[in-house]
Design a binder for this molecule. Sequence first.
Ligand code: S3P
Length: 425
Amino acid sequence: MVINPVNKINGEINVPGDKSISHRAIMLGSIAKGTTTIKGFLMGEDCLSTIRCFRDMGIDIDINDNCVIVKGKGLHGLTKPNKELYVGNSGTTFRLMSGILAAQNFDCIITGDDSIKNRPMKRIIDPLRKMGANIESLHNNDKAPIKIIGSKLNGIKYTSSVASAQIKSCILLASLYTNNETQVIEPVLSRNHTEIMLNYFGGNIVTDNTTAISNPVKELNANDIIIPGDISSAAYFMVACLIIPNSEILIKDVGINVTRDGIIRVLKAMGGFIELRNKREINGELVADIYVKSSSLKGTVIDKKLIPTLIDEIPVIAVAACFAEGMTIIKDAAELKVKESNRIETMVTELSKLNANIIGTDDGMIIHSSPNLTGATVESYNDHRVAMSLAICGLASKEQIYINNSDCVNISFPNFYKLLDEISK
Ligand code: S3P
């Protein structure tokens, strides 16, 4: 993909549905009793992988335009897949679905692409084993492929050393199949979409700061869902608008859940003009229209408390930091090393090719003001968020940039390049 510098961007846009909420809607819809209609579903490869896996377990899921209809069969309605469950690139599908599979009355193997096979799974294997699960990594390396033999589970109290919604959600989903209470305690609160949606489906989740307590219920009940726009996708347009002079943009209907809004808080702290308009709540999730105007940015420090609220936005925050005056420090973000790519390494390597002043640290990055980005050929490492962040550099750079393996944006944002083109005219 070739990205050319532009003089300004403007317009009113919608970004695709939230990826985290889309996954959860399919999973909970499948194990609830009755029909769940989902509007605004993200038709990206990751969420389509979740649909494929649940169809492989006997769930009838229809797709019409942006509307998905799931005919849930209740907590015990899944059937044994007749092949390996293939999650593609999707860590969320893998880790959340494992919690459900641990309690079924069948066994199965879950696998995925090369990136998935390199991502750590001990973080879910350990708590699931504590709950009584029979789960093992086929190559004995705590990575995919993983075999799960469904078993009787019991509730646990689990203190996680990592703030991860995938770990928390995996345990909460497994807890639906126990007879007693489960507690998950995190070092910092991670995104809480599972807790919100479980309660919306008649689950019994009580939260207190960084603790989520789940008490089993007999069944979940189907409920219709409207999925807000993904703040992680909106982030690319927010940053582009702030760093390209004479730009303004309105991004409609974006989820601004407080466990996800770190990007807004950080960009505001950097001096960005961002207004939240028309705030409302849909299915327990806060939604707003986000108005952004070009601004002069200054560097900032991002650490532990904020990291889980913006973990997926750090690649594009690194881009914003190049255009900010002074220095930006991102720390306590070692989790970046185990995302779809090692995002400390990949962003430092690729931004350096564009003449950015950036160094990687053990748990983050240090970026000095370097607004005169130049052209180059850069790599996406098949990581959608790396590709989209580099595309924003291309718009704001002095010269054209060329992105290799740029199609990976289809993982979370299929019309990304088209939308960039539309707002650049
Ligand atoms: C997600 C949780 C986060 C995030 C991922 C989606 C989720 O991962 O990076 O893109 O939907 O639960 P971790 O739980 O590994 O932090």
